[in-house]
Design a protein around this ligand. Structure first.
Ligand code: DP6
Length: 369
């Protein structure tokens, strides 16, 4: 499948060398993406909070080389060469080659670091792939800007196109990465009631959001910092021939519809019910696939029960969501930050590996450094 709108005009120009650095955040889905078709097309639309503190910083240096038909790059994480990252990036480059015709004309050095520990069990694919896509887009922008054969109009690179194409490319690296470029809420996947939504890229949530969600907090409890038991790609594929798949995809669409009014009215009780149900449904899908998996750990369940109990006894609007792993994202309104932190420190920290957690909150997307 070729999305013609993202294939650039042939640029006659080339730049000898240079570098760009982008910082891009992670995101946490409220309505989950789980299940995809060919070419990274999601089976259902999803919506996420962009995070603020969990970020990947990526510097992409490029040096012109002869276009011999080969991709050439090296990858470093925290200054250490990481050849085991290469296959995923190679796949990414192959998928996006048609949209960035300069790729084989350069050697790339990718230097990346995360603000969260690599071994935290927090996936860096969303922040990492979006940061890399943005660096590549900066190169394209530069190539077009300095091309003497293009007119002023052709050179004026629309900001909206830049972000949209970066999201489009990021999606081809990792689906959820296309939701990391902007903030504070991003929708990915075509949904009838959301204007401008697309299966090809994420868009900023276009409707009114109640002040209850301003600065919403996310404390990530690190229950299991080990490597994921099931890669998300394998997990997504298990939705093919899954007995409950079609119902699940329908449900996600309906939940996103409901989310529109929840976000508008600031109905936190409805928000809690929807978000927790989404998290448990995601895990239910894994438990009922073939082969089946349980990615939650005993401490994940301990935390969930503690949260439910605290909510009942205190009237707090705290809730949880989960990724495809054992860690728990604790979500709560800003005005409860102090009391919830007290609760976390007295009652939940014991269930975290080495007592570790990460304080985060809603953020506003990627930045060029
Ligand atoms: C459970 O985006 O990591 O976090 O497209 O295969 O790279 P790939 O999958 P990925 O899947 C994320 C799944 C999720 C839910 C979500 O973020 O919506």
């Amino acid at each position: 499948m070729i999305a013609a709108g993202f294939i650039p005009k042939a640029y006659s120009n080339s730049i000898e060398k240079g570098s760009f650095t982008w910082s891009s955040p992670s995101n946490i889905a409220l309505v989950k993406y789980w299940g995809k078709k060919e070419h990274q097309i999601p089976e259902n639309p999803s919506i996420s909070f962009t995070l603020n503190n969990c970020k990947t910083n990526t510097k992409l240096s490029f040096t012109k080389k002869e276009n011999d038909g080969n991709l050439s790059f090296e990858v470093f994480l925290d200054d250490e060469k990481k050849d085991d990252f290469k296959p995923k990036i190679e796949t990414f480059f192959k998928r996006i080659e048609a949209y960035l015709p300069f790729l084989k004309g350069y050697h790339f050095k990718i230097e990346t670091s995360n603000t969260f520990p690599h071994s935290s069990g927090i996936a860096s694919s969303a922040s990492g792939m979006s940061a890399l896509a943005l660096c590549l887009m900066s190169i394209e922008k530069e190539l077009i800007k300095s091309d003497v054969t293009l007119s002023a109009v052709e050179k004026s690179y629309d900001e909206n196109y830049f972000i949209q194409k970066a999201s489009f490319l990021a999606r081809l690296g990792s689906g959820s990465a296309c939701r990391s470029l902007e903030g504070d809420l991003v929708v990915w996947g075509k949904h009838e009631e959301i204007k401008g939504s697309s299966d090809l890229f994420g868009i900023k949530y276009p409707y009114e959001v109640h002040s209850n969600f301003k600065n919403y907090q996310d404390t990530i409890l690190l229950v299991d910092k080990g490597k994921k038991q099931v890669s998300s790609t394998v997990g997504h594929n298990l939705m093919h021939n899954h007995p409950f798949a079609q119902e699940r995809f329908k449900q996600a669409g309906k939940n996103l519809s409901d989310m529109i009014s929840i976000l508008k009215n600031g109905d936190l009780n409805a928000f809690i019910a929807l978000v927790e149900s989404e998290a448990l449904t995601l895990h239910a899908m894994m438990m009922t696939s073939m082969p089946y998996f349980i990615l939650m750990k005993p401490n994940t369940l301990e935390i969930i029960n503690k949260i439910w109990n605290y909510r009942k006894t205190s009237g707090s609007k705290i809730c949880f969501t989960l990724d495809a792993g054992a860690n728990v994202h604790v979500l709560y309104p800003e005005n409860e930050a102090k009391s919830v932190m007290e609760f976390i420190n007295t009652e939940l920290v014991v269930f975290c590996q080495k007592g570790e957690y990460i304080n985060d909150k809603i953020g506003f997307g990627a930045k060029l450094l």
